[in-house]
Design a protein around this ligand. Structure first.
Ligand code: NAD
Ligand code: TYD
Length: 339
């Protein structure tokens, strides 16, 4: 079995590659990644020298490069993680989100049609469903919840999902889609909530909480997401969407407080800053379908996952410190100075 994993030098893609190399040592895994600001080849150091692994630096929008790779590798399965993934950046500059998330998805599927595959899997997000009100804790996103996006990021992911379903219906491409809630864990880029707060806390810098910090996200440890995708690509039904989430809703402010407590830092570092434009209030996944059909359940409890994650950032400063001292510094200044 040969699998192309796009975006495998990013947060979830790299964790997925590690999971697959361990769970299926007989598979050949090819990572195709453009190495944008969010991609980091050093993350893949533990597998780079393995015989059944290959890294290819390319853009999923580059049709020629993608077709050449398919000709060389004749993949059975393609899992598309490659995307621009940060909501705040999509508000600043939506163009590249349309390019990679929509057009890139189209190129990957064209290659799948041309060369033939047994499965194309699109890694999507619960953000395509928009948000839920805080005063209706009885409501959850199911696979039937209408698409109702808020940010250029989520709109680009929703557009890609519709294109994937269209390629299934029109061309019979054997696709599946997963829509997961917020992930956390090792190799999470420090522009996202949890790693940003850990890094700032350690440096005793202000902890910028948007608005009142009451927004709710449904957090899932990254390896639970990877196991779910593994199950879907092998046993999921073609043409189907699967929601992935572990019923772990947390308010942003409570997460930031927990991080302060665990690092022994003062909550006085918490600084309320101007809210994100169009900020989604609450995400909450109903994972009943993937549980009933594929037997998936999350394994890592949030308290354990957060502890493991904080410990990972303490033990792996050489991974994230160079990131926050490089060009990311300009990004941080632009987004947070005078906010
Ligand atoms: P990330 O930003 O950490 O990584 C994205 C990776 O894609 C990087 O390695 C980057 O170099 C690569 N990439 C970007 N543009 C590319 C292009 N044009 N060609 C090839 N490679 C390119 O993202 P992540 O958090 O790991 O998310 C991965 C996927 O999972 C995304 O599709 C995202 O929408 C989805 N998702 C993320 C979350 C989450 O909480 N992070 C939740 C649900 C779904
Ligand atoms: P984020 O990690 O960007 O993920 P998403 O927007 O895809 O859910 O943000 C998670 C939540 O944390 C979201 O409600 C925005 C909030 N947030 C802050 O309050 N401060 C920050 O500095 C960041 C990056 C996010």
């Amino acid at each position: 079995m040969t699998i192309i994993v796009t975006g495998g030098a990013g947060f979830i893609g790299s964790n997925f590659i590690f999971h697959m190399m361990e769970a299926h040592p007989d598979y050949r895994i090819i990572c195709l990644d453009k190495l944008t600001y969010a991609g980091n080849l050093s993350t893949l150091a533990p597998v780079l020298d393995k015989e059944n692994f290959r890294f290819v630096k390319a853009d999923i929008c580059d049709r020629e490069a993608v077709y050449t790779l398919f000709e060389e590798e004749k993949p059975d399965i393609v899992v598309n993680f490659a995307a621009e993934s940060h909501v705040d950046r999509s508000i600043e500059d939506p163009g590249v989100f349309l390019q990679t998330n929509v057009l890139g998805t189209g190129v990957m599927m064209d290659a799948c049609r041309k060369y033939g595959i047994t499965r194309y899997h699109q890694v999507s997000t619960d953000e395509v469903y928009g948000d839920l009100p805080l005063d209706r804790p009885d409501l959850f996103f199911t696979e039937e919840t209408p698409i109702h996006t808020s940010s250029p990021y989520s709109a680009s992911k929703a557009a890609a999902d519709l294109l994937v379903l269209a390629y299934h219906r029109t061309f019979g491409l054997p696709v599946t889609i997963s829509r997961c809630s917020n992930n956390y864990g090792p190799y999470h880029f420090p522009e996202k909530l949890i790693p940003l707060m850990i890094a700032n806390c350690l440096a005793e810098k202000p902890l910028p909480v948007y608005g009142e910090g009451l927004n709710v996200r449904d957090w899932l440890y990254v390896t639970d997401h990877c196991r779910a995708i593994d199950l879907i690509i092998h046993n999921g039904r073609v043409g189907e969407v699967y929601n992935i989430g572990g019923h772990n809703e947390m308010r942003n402010i409570d997460i930031v407080r927990l991080i302060c407590q665990q690092l022994g830092k003062s909550e006085d570092l918490i600084t309320y800053v101007t809210d994100r434009k169009g900020h989604d209030m609450r995400y909450a996944i109903d994972p009943a379908k993937i549980h009933a059909e594929l037997g998936w359940l999350p394994e890592t409890k949030f308290a354990d996952g957060l502890k493991k994650t904080i410990q990972w950032y303490l033990d792996n400063r050489d991974w994230w410190e160079p990131i926050i001292s490089g060009e990311y510094r300009d990004y941080y200044k632009k987004m947070y100075e005078n906010r």
